[in-house]
Design a binder for this molecule. Structure first.
Ligand code: NDP
Length: 401
C-alpha cells in the first residue's frame, strides 16, 4: 500500500491527481489537500466520474507549519507532492522532516515579498534530509523537470562533453482570451518581468527582461518569436554539469501578450509592493491575478500545441554533435483526457512520474536532489507511456544565434 498526499488543488494538482488515479497499482491511496477544500472536492468528483477512483480530501493552509504537520500526522503518507505555490516549499519541507516523509515539488522556493527564486534555500536542507534518511526531489515538472532529465539523458547516451544547452519553451496554443497566463498568473508574471540571465563561461550574464528576441521554427507549431529569460533549471543544471559553457532558456510570447503585459507594467499592475486602496492594503499583482482568467479553466477553449525541448551541442567520440530532444503536447487532447490544458498537463504528468519512481523505489536517496541527479532511464520510459512522448533528432549544426 502506498499513500501519497498532494498539496495544492490548482491546474497542476488536478492533472497530477488524475494521472495518479490512472495508476492504482502505484498510487493505492491518494489524498488531495489545499487551502480551499472546495477545490479538492471538485477535482475528487471529476476523478471519481472518469476513473471510479476514490480521492480523500483535506483542508490545509500550508503557510502554517503546525497545520501542515497535523495534516501529515493524520494522513501518514510515504510522499508529499507539493503542487501549491513556491512560497510554501520551505514550510512543507519542514513538515516532512518533522513527520518523517519524503518530499517532491515542481518549482523552487521564492519569498513572497521579493521576486527572486534560487535553489540555495532548499539545498540548505540537504544535510537534514540526509540525516533523517529522507528524499526531497526538486523540480519534477516540465521545466524544471523533463528538460533537466533530457539533459541528463543526453549526457548519458549522446555526449562525452556538453558545451551549450538551450531550452526552448513554446506554447503554440490559443485560448481565445485577449490576455491570460498559462499557469498561476502571479508566479508567471513575476518570472517574465525579471531580468533575463544566462550562464556563459563560468558566470551569469544579465540582460533587461524580454530584450533579447529570436525567431525559431518549432516542430508541429511553426515559426514563433521567443525571448531570453532566466529559468530556475539553469542554476541546478550548470551546478551539476559544470562542463556546460553556455546555458540559456527561451520562451515564446505573442505580440498581443507582450502589449498587454507592457501596459499592465506601465500602470503598476504587476508590482508586488503593497498599496492602500479604500482602507485596505492590496498587492497589485495579486489583485490582477484575481481578475484574470483562471489558468485551470483555459482548457475548455485552448487549441494548438506546446513544443518544449532542449538543443544541446557538444562532442561525442571526438566529433561535434548537435541534438534536439523535445515533446509536443496537444491542448485539446490533454483536455479530453484529464480536463486541463497542456501547460498544466505537461507539469502534472512529470510530477506523477517522479512520485511513482520514488514510491516504486526506482529513485532513492537521502538528502535534497534535483531531478537531473537521478537515473533518467525510467523517467524517459514513463514519459512515453503516460502521455508525454519525446522525439530526438540530430541537427546538422548548433543554433546560429
Ligand atoms: P494554481 O494557482 O492553479 O494552483 C495552486 C494551488 O495551490 C491553488 O489551488 C491553491 O489553493 C493552492 N495553494 C496556494 N496557497 C496555498 C496554501 N498556503 N496552502 C495550501 N494550498 C495553497 O497554480 P498551478 O497549478 O498552475 O501551479 C502549481 C505549481 O506548479 C506552482 O508552484 C507553479 O510554479 C508550478 N509550475 C511548475 C511548472 C514546471 O514546469 N516545473 C510549470 C507550471 C507550474 P486553493 O485553490 O485551495 O485556494
Amino acid at each position: 500500500m502506498t499513500k501519497v498526499l498532494v498539496i495544492g488543488a490548482g491546474g497542476v494538482g488536478s492533472v497530477a491527481v488524475h494521472k495518479m488515479a490512472m495508476l492504482p497499482e502505484v498510487f493505492s491511496h491518494i489524498t488531495l489537500a489545499s487551502r480551499r477544500i472546495s477545490s479538492c472536492e471538485q477535482i475528487a468528483r471529476q476523478v471519481e466520474q472518469k476513473f471510479s477512483a476514490k480521492i480523500e480530501v483535506a483542508q490545509v493552509n500550508a503557510d502554517d507549519l503546525e497545520q501542515t504537520i497535523r495534516l501529515l500526522d493524520l494522513v501518514k503518507p510515504s510522499l508529499v507532492v507539493n503542487l501549491a505555490l513556491p512560497y510554501q516549499d520551505l514550510i512543507i519541507m519542514e513538515a516532512c522532516l518533522k513527520v518523517g516523509v519524503n518530499y517532491l515539488d515542481t518549482a523552487n522556493y521564492e519569498p513572497r515579498d521579493e521576486a527572486k527564486f534560487q535553489y540555495s534555500w532548499q539545498w540548505e536542507y540537504h544535510d537534514r534530509f540526509k540525516e533523517a534518511g529522507l528524499l526531497a526531489l526538486l523540480g519534477s515538472g516540465f521545466d524544471p523537470g523533463v528538460t533537466n532529465v533530457f539533459t541528463a539523458w543526453a549526457k548519458k547516451y549522446h555526449f562525452d562533453q556538453i558545451n551549450t544547452l538551450d531550452i526552448l519553451d513554446c506554447n503554440g496554443g490559443d485560448h481565445g482570451h485577449p490576455f491570460a497566463t498559462n499557469f498561476n498568473p502571479e508566479i508567471n508574471i513575476r518570472e517574465i518581468t525579471a531580468p533575463a540571465r544566462f550562464w556563459e563561461n563560468g558566470d551569469w550574464q544579465e540582460r533587461p527582461a524580454l530584450s533579447d528576441k529570436q525567431s525559431f521554427d518549432f516542430p508541429e507549431v511553426g515559426e514563433r518569436n521567443m525571448y531570453l529569460m532566466y529559468h530556475e533549471e539553469l542554476e541546478s543544471l550548470v551546478h551539476h554539469l559544470p562542463e556546460i559553457k553556455r546555458a540559456r532558456f527561451w520562451m515564446t510570447f505573442g505580440d498581443s501578450y507582450l502589449k498587454h503585459l507592457e501596459v499592465l507594467q506601465n500602470v503598476g499592475m504587476t508590482s508586488i509592493e503593497p498599496v492602500k486602496y479604500d482602507g485596505h492594503e492590496i498587492i497589485p499583482l495579486q489583485f490582477l491575478k484575481a481578475v484574470l482568467p483562471n489558468p485551470g479553466d483555459l482548457g475548455k477553449t485552448t487549441k494548438g500545441k506546446t513544443c518544449i525541448g532542449n538543443i544541446i551541442s557538444g562532442v561525442k567520440d571526438g566529433r561535434p554533435k548537435n541534438l534536439y530532444i523535445y515533446n509536443i503536447c496537444d491542448h485539446e487532447n490533454a483536455f479530453s483526457e484529464v480536463g486541463s490544458q497542456a501547460v498544466s498537463y505537461t507539469t502534472g504528468v512529470p510530477a506523477m512520474i517522479g512520485s511513482a519512481l520514488i514510491l516504486k523505489k526506482e529513485w532513492q536517496g537521502a538528502g535534497v536532489f534535483n531531478i537531473e541527479q537521478m537515473n533518467p532511464d525510467p523517467f524517459m520510459e514513463m514519459l512515453n507511456q503516460n502521455g508525454l512522448p519525446w522525439i530526438e533528432k540530430e541537427l546538422d549544426g548548433p543554433l546560429s544565434f
